[in-house]
Design a protein. Structure first.
Length: 317
């Protein structure tokens, strides 16, 4: 008698729920970023960062398409002699008031367009703007907002003080822009997520500098120096001190950098003028960062200041 062959009982895999991307409306088992603020897939993150345009360009394209389509439809209704006379007259009225109709109806049309399943660049950019990820227009500058540190702390608190990707905590945490700031991403919390340094470097595809850290408002301001000279130098008989006071404006920060503090006081005596004023009393045109004050001055600025001082010495020899 043959023995029955017992087959292993088939294992029933646990169904993994699908997650829907809020930009392309497609379902995935896993999204690139899934926070309580935004759900976005890897493809949409890549596409939006590759566009490198604010949302207004895409919106303008969509508006022009709508205007062109409406105009074409109205002209077709006007030229349709076989249609109802009443419909033809109404089409002529709408055509004459096309601008006011577009201005009134455009917000409704854009809302319908954003809800459509299209995967075009313009549709994704419009949805990203509506979700708070993308700027409408190009900002005046790409500096971080004045309350950036406060925003960063809030994002870390919302993300439970852990990295979004590896879920580790008690390590160096950065606040990452999902749509890069250089690609017109906003500073809104929908576009921000907490990453550890390792995952942040992996996301950007590069290794950060040794001392590189999440930017602060202070570190984004750069020390500058400007020296203004007249187009036509005065004669040697002119008043030297007045000449220097009027033609040289040094914009610098405290404390006095070594390049000026090391100037020999005999140089000013040889010029028969009083010593140059301390930078603490020099005219300031801009408020500069207090962080690493004397170290922030770059070599180019130092060279420019030195050349200007040499020029002044040569004028009054």
């Amino acid at each position: 008698m043959e023995k029955a062959i017992l087959l292993p009982f088939p294992t029933i895999s646990k169904k993994v729920p699908f997650l829907r991307c809020q930009i392309c409306f497609r379902d995935f088992h896993r999204l690139r970023f899934n926070t309580g603020r935004i759900k976005i897939c890897k493809l949409c993150v890549r596409d939006l960062n590759s566009y490198s345009e604010p949302a207004e360009y895409s919106i303008q394209i969509l508006k022009s398409r709508l205007e062109k389509g409406l105009t074409s439809r109205l002209i077709s209704e006007i030229e349709n002699r076989s249609g109802p006379r009443k419909k033809q007259i109404q089409a002529m009225r709408n055509y004459n008031n096309l601008e006011s109709i577009l201005e009134r109806e455009m917000p409704k049309w854009l809302k319908k367009i954003a809800a459509s399943p299209s995967l075009s660049q313009e549709h994704k950019a419009l949805r990203a703007h509506n979700r708070g990820l993308l700027h409408l227009s190009s900002p005046n500058n790409f500096q971080y907002s004045g309350d950036w540190q406060k925003r960063a702390r809030r994002i870390k608190r919302l993300d439970n003080g852990a990295c979004h990707d590896c879920h580790t905590s008690d390590i160096e945490l950065h606040t990452h822009h999902i749509i890069y700031k250089s690609n017109f991403g906003t500073d809104r919390q929908e576009n921000l997520v907490t990453l550890c340094r390792t995952c942040h470097e992996k996301e950007h595809g590069r290794e950060f500098d040794k001392y590189e850290s999440p930017p602060s408002t202070e570190s984004l301001n750069h020390a500058q120096a400007a020296i203004t000279l007249p187009h036509t130098p005065p004669s040697i008989d002119a008043h030297p001190q007045e000449y220097i006071n009027q033609t040289v404006t040094i914009i610098e920060e405290k404390p006095t950098p070594p390049i000026l503090s090391s100037i020999d006081q005999n140089d000013s005596k040889n010029l028969n003028i009083s010593p140059l004023p301390s930078l603490t009393t020099a005219h300031k045109k801009e408020t500069l960062s207090p962080i690493n004050s004397s170290k922030r001055l770059n070599k180019q600025t130092k060279g420019l200041m030195a050349r200007a001082l040499d020029l002044l010495r040569s004028l009054f020899k």
